[in-house]
Design a protein around this ligand. Sequence first.
Ligand code: ADP
Ligand code: UDP
Length: 239
Amino acid sequence: MIRNDVLLYEGKAKKLFKTDDPKVLRVEYLDQATALNGGRKDIVEGKASLNNQITSLIFKQIKQNGIQNHFIRKISKHEQLVEMLEIIPLEVVIRNVSAGSFANRLAILEGKILDYPVLEFYYKDDHLDDPLINDDHVKIMNIATEQEITFIKHEAHRINKVLIELFSEVGIRLIDFKIEFGRRADGTIILADEITPDTCRLWDDKTKDHLDKDVYRRKLGDMIPVYQEVLIRLEKVFN
Ligand code: ADP
Ligand code: UDP
């Protein structure tokens, strides 16, 4: 099908297009992997379709568990329609197990189970390299109000509980993940962006194998079979 939708934004993993409906965006996933804030970039054939399928399944599933989100429907292997939102420029990270930048910065051994989920905010700004910030920074920079921060934190913890359960049903431990939120015109805030092995750390429950983007970041092997494994497991239980 030939479409003439206006390109709104081209990111590292997706392109956003306007549609005939001003409230709806078309998201096209890209066969591209990046690390080091875009410093390393590779074409990875098949990744777009896998991530689109994985995030579509997860967003559909978590909606059934009461988590409002932007997902409308998948329209092709690598495209989906979503509700257009004003994205809040925060990467909201929740950690259940020490890993990645948390393990490095605080010298807490990777793999240590945390006594409770740790929530972090990073300011979404490529020029600043997405710095770690706190609630006062969020407020002083007018990124979100106190009330919105409270809502975002509460919602992120709720999402964590639902995702832990969802992944545990397919033999995967949710180590950590990043989510984004956006505002509707009426000011309500809902979950946006994507939930995929690009944005989560997922370890096989038994073998502790990495089933996520760390295989690319750490050059542990091919991403495609690993992302395929995540999709196959999820589809077996949830489709
Ligand atoms: P990046 O911007 O980090 O390179 P992507 O390639 O994933 O990442 O780009 C997708 C962009 O789309 C992100 O900036 C994200 O905040 C934005 N986005 C996600 N969902 C929505 C939505 N529902 N409405 C508007 N923008 C969105
Ligand atoms: N993450 C992400 N986008 C980013 C940074 C992090 O999706 O720009 C995810 C990452 O996949 C992991 C979690 O957020 O699941 C925590 O990442 P961390 O801070 O450990 O950074 P990393 O070491 O991955 O750069």
